[in-house]
Write a protein that binds this ligand. Structure first.
Ligand SMILES: [Zn+2]
Length: 317
């Protein structure tokens, strides 16, 4: 399952590049090491709240997470997540809080992964994804699924422990498949979900069910949603999607039937597009490109052969 052979689109898949962070999981239970790391002057800390953190623009036009040394970080009523170290030995922590701290800098602003994921460096995007995923999991798992009693945070944010029965609970990740289906004429199958705005088309996607392989999930979802049967399925790449806890597994797959019957529940509409038809639809404004950060946009680009128009730049009809 080579991802390199597919990594030829002009833009890399967001949140897939190496982040340069060693998660250093062996330190998570070492309270003395964590305390020393926390108070070290080179340590960097950011606050995560409701899936967002403060980001700021740099003088050279980049966007980065606003991070401070630990002694500057707000410390009341917080959950502290150890996220890892970089090649220079800098330790990174996130603090989960009910609100983001106020900032004097005018350009600093709250942003989530959807807005900032494309702008941040792979390091900062990876740190934010890690922190947001932990925050979402912590928020939804305050009680023990074995006995129903309260759980407490442990292992620097990576475990919740039940004080009544001793059960340890680990962060969950829900696998989801997202796939670009092509037919014998090399057209792409794109669909529009019910709640999407008019004109927004993207790849099909769905969750992997219990007892199912990801290949089976690809075939089942496409059959259920669009009535199209699928033969060969090839893995491309994955992307963390902590909204709240998904891992998007991206595939290219080949249809063995062409007739479309949408289910009317997940999908409102589905169509086969040739490259020329999609270009025309973009240019006329009939079809809006998928959101930039999503692996869906990269899958479509791999088939399309060049970058898709940026949202809002397609000239109106
Ligand atoms: Zn319990």
């Amino acid at each position: 399952m080579s991802t390199e052979s597919h990594a030829t689109a002009d833009q890399p898949i967001s949140l897939t590049a190496p982040s340069g962070i060693d998660r250093a999981a062996h330190h998570r239970l070492d309270e003395a090491w964590l305390a020393a790391a926390w108070s070290h002057p080179t340590t960097r800390v950011f606050v995560v709240s409701g899936g967002r953190a403060l980001v700021d623009d740099t003088a050279d036009g980049r966007t980065e997470l606003v991070m401070t040394p630990a002694f500057d970080a707000p410390l009341t009523e917080t959950h502290r997540y150890f996220l890892g170290t970089d090649e220079n030995g800098v330790r990174y922590f996130a603090l989960q809080k009910d609100t983001l701290p106020g900032r004097m800098d005018q350009s600093a602003r709250p942003a989530g992964l959807r807005e900032a994921g494309m702008l941040l460096s792979p390091r900062d995007a990876g740190l934010l994804a890690h922190a947001v995923a932990l925050e979402n999991w912590q928020r939804l798992h305050r009680f023990c699924s074995r006995c129903g009693e309260r759980t407490v945070i442990a292992a620097a944010g990576h475990v919740r422990r039940c004080q009544a029965c001793g059960a340890e609970h680990y962060p969950r990740t829900d696998p989801a498949v997202i796939m670009l289906i092509t037919d014998d004429e090399d057209r792409a199958l794109l669909g529009r979900q019910l709640h999407w705005p008019e004109g927004r088309f993207s790849t099909l996607a769905g969750f992997v069910e219990p007892g199912e392989s990801v290949e089976q999930a690809v075939r089942r979802e496409v059959q259920e949603e669009a009535g199209v049967t699928v033969g060969d399925v090839e893995y491309v790449a994955s992307q963390p999607w902590p909204f709240p806890s998904s891992l998007m597994l991206g595939f290219m797959a080949r249809a063995t039937s062409a007739g479309i019957t949408v289910d009317g529940e997940e999908l409102h509409e589905a169509r086969w597009f040739s490259r020329d038809e999609l270009t025309e639809a973009f240019e006329s404004g009939e079809v809006l490109p998928p959101f930039g950060i999503s692996i869906a946009a990269r899958l479509i680009e791999m088939w399309y052969g060049k970058p898709l128009p940026k949202p809002g730049t397609a000239p109106a009809a």
